[in-house]
Design a protein around this ligand. Structure first.
Ligand code: SF4
Length: 54
């Protein structure tokens, strides 16, 4: 599996997570905001997430 050390990630339930290391395996991701004009950390997220259990 490719490990992209430019994208740190703790979401081990994502199918793209490097699992044994806290990184993403994708070449790039899209960070999204849940509302227009996000003002908090909670209002942003990884839009490239996909559930590992599906
Ligand atoms: S796609 Fe997003 S949530 Fe999934 S491992 Fe990469 S950075 Fe984390």
């Amino acid at each position: 599996m490719n490990i992209n050390k430019s994208i740190g990630c703790e979401v081990t339930t994502c199918k793209y997570h490097a699992k044994d290391q806290q990184y993403c395996s994708l070449d790039n991701i899209m960070v999204v905001q849940h509302h227009n004009n996000a003002q908090t950390v909670e209002a942003t997220d990884c839009g490239s997430f996909e559930n590992d259990n599906k």
